[in-house]
Design a protein. Structure first.
Length: 212
């Protein structure tokens, strides 16, 4: 058995991000189709209630994930520090079209770039080797400057400090606590609150909007 076979991988934030992106694409086309159906069948109230319920559900789920991430980040303040080594370091730049998902950007329409530092590291704890790519607990994109800094600070082969949960050693982060990325956690919570409020607003105002 090779040394690579003895490494315990953790759930990849890269894979989870790709899954979320594909789910968002499917959801976009589904609700666009639902929008056309309800418009042609003149079921405006049902359409608004459906969209409101979905927005609220997504918002609550995002808010719950943000609160979980914040709680875990605070718990990581007491996690055990060990030495790790960077085995992967790159910056992914994703370009999205704001109004035309999956289609080329129209002339003059600015695209939106998001920056995702992908830093993978290995560490040992109690004789076992683990691998993770979790920088912080919030799985969100970073501002360009901060993303470039993270990749530059963690080049391939660099020795780094890793913080490990003693009870669940598969859980580890490069940056413990919330002090260094407080705005990132706040951004995730605000997004969840906004989506929830939009959804609830559509749900309760649907009868008035449909009556116009």
């Amino acid at each position: 058995m090779s040394e690579q076979d003895n490494v315990h991988p953790t759930p990849s934030s890269d894979r989870s991000g790709a899954i979320l992106y594909n789910v968002a694409r499917v959801a976009f086309f589904f609700f666009f189709g639902a929008f056309l159906y309800f418009m042609f069948t003149n079921q405006i109230l049902l359409m608004l209630r459906l969209f409101g319920g979905v927005f609220a559900a997504v918002g609550v789920a995002g808010l719950a994930h943000g609160l979980w991430s914040l709680r875990m980040a605070r718990q990581s303040e007491d996690w055990f520090p060990v030495e790790g080594v960077i085995v992967g370091s790159r910056l992914d730049v994703k370009t999205d079209q704001p109004a035309h998902v999956g289609h080329p950007t129209r002339v003059g329409e600015p695209a939106i770039d998001t920056y995702w530092p992908r830093i993978e590291f290995e560490y040992q704890f109690e004789g076992e080797t683990y691998r993770s790519d979790r920088i912080i607990f919030a799985n969100v994109n970073f501002p360009r400057q901060r993303a470039e800094e993270l990749v530059a600070q963690n080049p391939m082969g660099a020795r780094v400090q890793v913080y490990v949960d003693r009870n669940h050693p598969r859980q580890a982060v490069l940056e413990k606590g919330t002090a260094t990325e407080a705005k990132t956690y706040l951004k995730a919570l605000i997004a969840g609150v906004i989506l929830t409020l939009i959804g609830l607003g559509l749900w309760f105002l649907a009868p008035h909007l449909a009556a116009r």
